[in-house]
Design a protein. Structure first.
Ligand code: CA
Ligand code: CA
Ligand code: CA
Length: 535
């Protein structure tokens, strides 16, 4: 009889080892050939897509027919096939998907198995590596699943045993910004941000978090948040191996994400830049895409992206389709129509919450209006004071409708078209008690229209647009009245932050973005305690 054995606990959870072993036991007890595919509710063995670049040749390791250097085998799954029927001398593998490949040892090197190649057994056993070459994809469509079938043959070539092993690729997921930070990214060269970068570096040094500074070629690259999304892929188990998966830029001027390809970092190009016009020109910038922390209803959180309900323009559908196809973070949209830049990271953000189970930060335009009036800011007390007040009342209505689902026009929904009767809170499965509001006043250029609103920008640095690094909130303070800083600080601490640091982000604020827009981060996927993060 033949059996599969997967005996590297770094790659496979113990439960899986037992499951596969159980299958082997059943096979060994039977006489003659057995077809085990799909039997017994066996869970597929999960694999990482080997799309990082361990040998640094500029190509994803899975895009050739080799195992790429000494670190690469760890990205493949060890597969041992043993036969306890001594008549079996070779095993022949077949795989029902091009996305899966097997390698056998050939001297010192590993060599890809040819189609129908018979692998001779040594002492009744063959040791192989299984490589997954692709993530779940939409076009061409692959659901991430495959079956490896092994046929044990005797010296005359007769089939003596058969076993089947279902495998599946680990999904690509976005990483909540409540997770521990491994590295922060910022750009220089096009805006006058030297002091900002120096302050950011000093703060990160204090937290022992590395800062990588990119020399921007195009001005768009100064907005590091928008150049890429840094996701991940993870195998099950407490110490499950993971790989960073960077979603490549969508603006046509994004060399930085591609430069991150290397050991344990893969780059996924799942969409092409597309022409976008007018007020929707920034729809595909990655500040318009985020993910919630885990909720009870959604253990891996939900992807959140922006949609302009006035024009139906929304974040790149090919990226949303790719994320939806991963089947774990079912994407939802919220309305960004009332903003000038129209990014979700100007409206909502997440912190761990007082209980570590997450809370939702959201802009509070009514509190912002009151603060602006109290501080005597020109916009709030000058000749356009009434239009300013009305602007903030309209934004407040849009926010409330987005959060709770009240109102005639839906301002939140799921990408699969399911109705969202309770707004974003309903989509996340959260109670209103998980919302923490931050005072921000918004203004619009020119006269207010009869109804509706667009082109709103924050009067002072938008505190929702903060960067959260291992317990510390990094918040901009450009134009922010002292009382607003105090209120924001209290709100951040109530939302589970340990401390708040302020940065002068005027160089970004005048260009309509803040600290989150200016930065990006690579994070651990697991909720590892800050003190145990490897750096
Ligand atoms: Ca390879
Ligand atoms: Ca490579
Ligand atoms: Ca690799």
């Amino acid at each position: 009889m033949s059996m599969f054995r997967l005996d590297d606990p770094r790659l496979f959870g113990l439960g899986l080892l037992v499951l596969v072993g159980g299958m082997a036991t059943r096979a060994a007890e039977s006489m003659g050939p057995l077809a085990l595919s799909g039997e017994g509710g066996r869970e597929p063995v999960r694999l990482l897509a080997n799309r990082d670049d361990d040998d640094r040749d500029g190509l994803a390791d899975a895009d050739d027919d080799q195992v790429n250097g000494p670190a690469d085998p760890a990205d493949l799954a060890p597969l041992s096939i043993e036969a306890d029927d001594p008549r079996i001398v070779a095993v022949q593998l077949s795989i029902d998907s091009d996305a899966i490949a097997c390698f056998r040892q050939d001297g010192e090197a590993w060599r890809k198995l040819a189609v129908n190649e018979a692998v001779p057994l040594a002492a009744g056993r063959a040791d192989l590596l299984v490589e997954c070459r692709s993530w779940v994809t939409v076009s061409p469509a692959w659901n991430g699943r495959a079956t490896i079938t092994a046929v044990g043959r005797d010296a005359a070539g007769n089939e003596r045993a058969r076993a089947a092993l279902p495998v599946e690729v680990a999904p690509v997921v976005l990483v909540p910004e409540t997770m521990p930070v491994r590295e922060v990214y910022v750009a220089r060269g096009r805006y006058d941000n030297e002091a900002f970068v120096a302050r950011l570096r000093a703060l990160l040094d204090g937290l022992s978090v590395p800062l990588r500074v990119h020399d921007a070629g195009a001005w768009q690259e100064m907005w590091m948040q928008d150049t890429m999304e840094v996701g991940a892929s993870l195998l099950p188990g407490d110490d499950g191996r993971s790989m960073t998966v960077v979603l490549a830029g969508l603006r046509g001027v994004d060399p930085f994400p591609d430069s991150l390809l290397g050991p344990d970092v893969a780059v996924a190009t799942v969409a092409e830049p597309r022409p976008l016009a007018g007020g929707d020109a920034w729809a595909d910038w990655y500040g318009n895409l985020m993910v919630s922390p885990a909720t009870e209803a959604w253990p891996q959180g939900r992807v959140i992206y922006g949609r302009n309900v006035a024009t139906a323009a929304e974040f790149h559908p090919d990226v949303i389709g790719f994320l939806a196809a991963q089947q774990v973070q079912s994407p939802v949209w919220i309305d960004t129509s009332w903003l000038l830049i129209k990014h979700v990271d100007e409206i909502v953000a997440f912190l761990p919450g007082p209980d570590g189970r997450g809370c939702l930060l959201v802009v509070d335009p009514l509190a912002g209006l009151e603060q602006a009036q109290t501080a005597g800011l020109a916009a709030a007390v000058g000749p356009r004071a009434e239009a300013f007040a009305e602007t903030n009342r309209r934004v407040a209505t849009a926010i409330e409708e987005m959060l709770t689902g009240v109102g005639k026009v839906p301002r939140a929904g799921s990408a699969d078209g399911q109705p969202a009767e309770r707004g974003l809170l309903g989509l996340l499965g959260w109670e209103p008690s998980r919302v923490v509001r931050l005072p921000v006043a918004f203004e619009v250029p020119g006269e207010l229209p009869e109804q509706g609103l667009t082109d709103a920008t924050p009067l002072w640095s938008n505190p929702v647009n903060m960067l959260f690094v291992n317990g510390t909130v990094f918040c901009g303070e450009a134009g922010m009245p002292a009382a607003v800083r105090t209120a924001c600080r209290e709100a951040f601490l109530a939302a589970g932050a340990e401390q708040v640091e302020w940065l002068d982000d005027a160089c970004y604020h005048r260009m309509k973005g803040n600290v989150h827009c200016a930065t990006n981060s690579r994070r651990h996927l697991l909720p590892i305690r800050t003190s145990t993060v490897d750096r």
